[in-house]
Design a binder for this molecule. Structure first.
Ligand SMILES: [Zn+2]
Length: 160
């Protein structure tokens, strides 16, 4: 397996992947480290099992599909990831997103890329406070709030 690269940037990401796993009390394996590193370094917010399998292979990680599912399940239980079933009924995995902390995501209905929305403080924060207050007022314990916008991304939008 090829875990570390020679440039400092890759090592830095690797370190944060290890830190993330340790904080969650996960056992560190080559596959789990590489997987977390892929999530931390990805441009897309959500990735399917197939995407992840291909990327692990690109990183020369020797893993089979069942093992990948097993690690994903462990990450889900540890609240490191969350799973979204998209409109094509494909399960996609992303780092556990908390709208209060991380903002939201933009889903392109054309190319199906999932992109990060820049956090908009102020009014968004006020809205989230009202939403969470409404949950607690009803005695509901919320675990995750996500903001998802569906539309056409800048790459798919027709040029002027
Ligand atoms: Zn698009």
């Amino acid at each position: 397996m090829q875990l570390s690269c020679n440039n400092g940037e890759a090592k830095l990401i690797d370190h944060s992947a290890e830190h993330t796993l340790r904080q969650a009390g996960m056992r560190i394996t080559d596959s789990s480290l590489q997987l977390m590193q892929i999530f931390l370094g990805a441009d897309e917010v959500l990735l399917s099992h197939g995407d992840l399998y291909l990327r692990l292979k690109e990183h020369s990680v020797d893993i089979n599909r069942v093992t990948l599912y097993r690690i994903l399940e462990k990450f889900l239980s540890a609240k490191l990831l969350h799973r979204v079933i998209d409109e094509q009924r494909i399960a996609r995995y992303g780092l556990f997103v908390n709208a209060e902390r991380d903002g939201g995501r933009f889903v392109c209905t054309h190319c199906h890329r999932h992109l990060t929305l820049t956090r908009i403080p102020g009014e968004t924060t006020d809205l989230l406070k009202r939403v969470t207050a409404d949950c607690t007022a009803h005695g509901r314990r919320y675990e995750q709030i996500a903001i998802i916008v569906w539309g056409i991304c800048e790459k798919c939008a027709p040029t002027q």
